[in-house]
Every structure is written in structure tokens, then in C-alpha cells.
Write a protein that binds this ligand. Sequence first.
Ligand code: SF4
Ligand code: SF4
Ligand code: FES
Length: 327
Amino acid sequence: MGTKRHFRVWRGDDTGGSLEDFQVEVNEGEVVLDVIHRLQATQTPDLAVRWNCKAGKCGSCSMEINGKPRLGCMTRMSTFSDTETVTVTPLRTFPVIRDLVTNVNFNYQKARELPAFAPPKGVEPGEYRMQQVDVERSQEFRKCIECYLCQNVCHVVRDHEENKRAFSGPRFFIRAAELDMHPLDARTDRKELAQAEQGLGYCNITKCCTEVCPEHIKITDNAIIPMKERVVDRRYDPVTWLGRKIFRRDQLDEPAMAHSSSPSTEAADTSSHWHQQGPQPQAPAVGADGKLPVAELYLDRPAASSPFGDDQEFPLPPDQVRYNHPH
Ligand code: SF4
Ligand code: SF4
Ligand code: FES
């Protein structure tokens, strides 16, 4: 038999709603989603909540718990004190459908606007080859479970509905960065698209998105800042600037013109893109030492840190292994 705990859950729909109070049983080892399910089973059979895997992998159960965007299925009740009231509300950035369920269609629209992977010409599927280091770099971004907690927490759209038209949000900045770093992607304008079409410039690197990501993706350090730096490098690179002055826009194949020692041959060959052809970063734009603190330069590995903590070793000692059979 568990203990009784105080829950406050938002109930309502797009016309309005309010927080309702419940005393509900909580057992050892349970997560917030377990308690929501118990509320459905015992007190509020019509309470709406979206969930699927209960394993932190489908990204469905996003909600705000005591004001913080989190996954209900990955938030342990043991993280709250015994007398603490647990307040559960829907994601604030997206329109409420009912109770804890919001309409996240905004994200699917932004996903559709992002140009897909562009295969290199003359290379068939099955012939794609890339270095392991490039696979590992993009693997961090591929861990995204599309929970949209980062989208929800970003202040650019959280309190400014009017920004949604011009701003894609952090989840789609990591997708753009992943494609920009992809050695086989034939498009060379990912950075410019991020700036012009996705609203990269609206982001002022508050890192709130990184803080809430349940997959521990270093959204700002490993995707947004490198993308911003490369936009700046491209824009303010003196050779490119001179090229802009000399050539008309339609004559300027930017990376080849500005950085190739033999532009006539390399500029013509845009069919294969085995190695990223863009300019190497020039002098970074800000910072007392003349550099931006780009964490990827200092990390000894490309992926995010382990969710178990950096000093955790496996296998765990037997007394630390906990497993609750689901009966
Ligand atoms: S770092 Fe940028 S994208 Fe992330 S929450 Fe802040 S403003 Fe939004
Ligand atoms: S980047 Fe992280 S927080 Fe954002 S949608 Fe993906 S998993 Fe969720
Ligand atoms: S239910 Fe799938 S992430 Fe929570």
C-alpha cells in the first residue's frame, strides 16, 4: 500500500480550464505518468493524456510538471519530497486540445518546410560511404525522440505566438545542422536556409532547450552555435566579401569562388559532395579571446554525455540494480 499524495492537474479544453486537486495513491518506484493513469482508473476516467511507450522513447507524454517541461514517464515520484504538491499542466506553447493533450501540429509544419536530405548525383543508394567520425557526429542529433520539450520551452515562441511563422525552433535547428554536417548531402545552402527561412537569428543562445532535452542532446553547443558561427564566417569572410563586391550574385558560387585555389575545375563539379566543401571557419566573431566557446571543440567525444552520468561504469554493482516487474 502506497502513500497518499497531493496532485494538481489542469483540466479543460480550448475554451478554458482550471487546476483540480486530487489525493492519489503513490507507490515506490512510480513515475508521474503512473499516477496520472491511477487518476484515470480511480477518479477521473475522462482525463486526457497522450502517451505510448512509457519508456522515454516515443516522445508522446510531454507535459509540464511543477512548471518544468518533462516527460511524464521519465519523472520519478522519488524526485519530489513526501509533502510536495505535484502540479501537472499541458505544454504551454501549443494550443490545448483537452486536459494534458496539446496540438503540436506546428512542429510537423516546420518539419515539412525543411528541405530533405539531397542525395549526391551519380551515387546510387547502397553506394553511399561516409567516415565513422561523420556518422558519430550526426548520431547525437538522430537520438531526438520528437518530444518537442525544447520547442515548448523556447522563449522565442513560448510567449510570442507571432514569431511562430518565422521561427522553426531548436528541434529543427539540430536537423538542419545534422544535414549541414552530412558529408553526402549535396545542398550547400543549409546555413543560409537556417538563417533566412528557419529564423536562426531569433535564437539568443539561452540554452533552455538543451536543459530540458530528455535525450541530453547538446542542442545549443553542438548544433545552434556551430550553425551561427558558419553563417557569420560565410557572411563576414573578407574573401567572400570582396567576391560579393566584384561579382554579381548570379555569378558567385560562394564556396568555390571564395576558397578554391582552382575555381574553374572545382566550381564546376558540384555533383559529388564527399567532403564538406564550405570554407573552414575563419576568425570567430566574438569573445575576449576572439573565439566563441564552442563546446564541440573541447569535448573528447562527439556525442552527448551519458544520461547515467559521466562517472557511471557498467555493469552496476548488484545492490544498485533495481527492477520492478510489471506483474
Ligand atoms: S538556445 Fe535558442 S533555440 Fe534554444 S531555447 Fe534559447 S532561444 Fe530557443
Ligand atoms: S531535441 Fe531533445 S527536447 Fe527537442 S524534440 Fe528532440 S528529444 Fe525532444
Ligand atoms: S510515453 Fe513514450 S516518452 Fe513517455
